[in-house]
Design a protein around this ligand. Sequence first.
Ligand SMILES: Cc1cc2nc3c(=O)[nH]c(=O)nc-3n(C[C@H](O)[C@H](O)[C@H](O)COP(=O)(O)OP(=O)(O)OC[C@H]3O[C@@H](n4cnc5c(N)ncnc54)[C@H](O)[C@@H]3O)c2cc1C
Length: 474
Amino acid sequence: MTVRAVWFRRDLRLNDQTALAKAIEHTKDGDHIVLVFHIHPVLNETFTPRHDYFFQTLKSFVDQAEGTGAPVHFLEGEIEEAFTDLVEKTDADMIYFNRDETGFGKKRDDHMLDFFDSMNVEAYHYVDHHIHGADEVRKKDGGFYKVFSPYLKSWKELQKPAVQKVNHEKLSTAAIDKKSSFNKGEKAYQQLINRLSGNFPGVGEADALERLDQFLDADIYDYDERRDYPSVDGTSLMSRYLRTGAVSIRTVYHTIEDRVDFRKNTSGVDAYISELAWRDFYNMIYHHHPESKNKEVVEKYRGLPWNNDDDLLIKWQEGQTGFPLIDAAMRQLNETGWMHNRLRMAVASFLTKDLLMDWREGERYFSERLIDYDPASNIGGWQWAASTGTDPVPYFRVFNPTRQSERFDPHGRFIKEWMPELKEVKEKYIHEPGKMSKDEQEEAGCIIGEDYPKPVVDHKTMRVRAIEMFKEQT
Ligand SMILES: Cc1cc2nc3c(=O)[nH]c(=O)nc-3n(C[C@H](O)[C@H](O)[C@H](O)COP(=O)(O)OP(=O)(O)OC[C@H]3O[C@@H](n4cnc5c(N)ncnc54)[C@H](O)[C@@H]3O)c2cc1C
């Protein structure tokens, strides 16, 4: 009899889950499967909105697994001890997991592969989080792409991995329940669950699939036209589910292929698929530049003289810069744990080029606040905006925050949704409320400098300074 442990991490679903599907497929009559989740000590150090959302998803998954007769066993504490305990208590002789290709997860997996080897536990691990893993999309000479458009061309030409069907019936027959031997882990899990706020909408596999359905019914066809307008629900909102693994990226891809009506205009569909490729692209970049969480990918930009102004940083974080779109975006982030992509670009550009603050400060703040925080995409996005990354926005093309506001929130609908103090400001002033006369400020119930701040910087001046800073380094 063989016991196969399936180690869940950020792949919290029961469908199209490679490690789970393979463990079940390899299981013969009389073999057992044990589902496990390890509560890493690092996970307990802080409890940010990102953790809150992640553990809500975990709870949803655990309840769902329990419902199919396959309980999840919690391991806790130092990782080697935790897995030694697992092997001792379940006699597991094989372990299955979907590997991480970047960051903390990759280091942990590399370490654990050696450890499993030393314990004579056979490890089976798979590329599951991305359509194409970090090593799959290569140039003709075998090298890796640094620029997205040729990467996309090659990405599109590759055969896409199929959905991994999970045999739930076989799982419920083979799954074992040894939870009573893992009381410490169960207690650690309950402690985390007790801290949940329960505030986030859209949690877990069922919600993910419902949202995908909704998006594919209509919105995807206009995605290319509507995706840049934050007041419109024009994007898929799949990032939180992809990050926690509540939905598989293969399921997203193949459901599009199966469901889309190719007789309709499909430019929206093409645009959407290329966004999925950006996700793979940044995973590849982070894999090949493991230092990029802390260091600029472009070497000559290491050591730029960024500003170090805590006061400005706090104003940016709290949405008090005096630039309405930037402030509305930050409040959306602080209140919901999500921010629209156009706004992520705008606030990142604002922090790095208008405030000349270090992009690492922004990356760190997003890492605490975003419920879809994905290190590879976040570092990629920040280094793109700071002009220090691969295929970035050129340093001399500095976003104008007021112009962004006029273009992408022309009527100020998004701004008014998040900024109660600007609710009564007339449309013609919504992008620059400081232009209101004293009387108009009175009338709008918004006194500049009291109810809403004056702009913390002059964009024109800062644009010139930003360009000079880069020029001097070139
Ligand atoms: C500064 C900055 C930081 C970012 N940080 C993150 C992050 O931590 N986590 C994250 O998932 N995305 C991040 N992004 C990318 C993007 O903003 C989000 O993926 C997107 O807003 C999520 O909303 P959605 O699911 O409705 O996206 P949609 O527009 O519906 O896109 C579909 C999916 O494609 C992927 N995608 C879309 N745009 C990008 C992109 N530029 N890079 C990589 N993948 C993309 C996401 O998985 C997304 O869910 C960041 C972008 C910037 C500019």
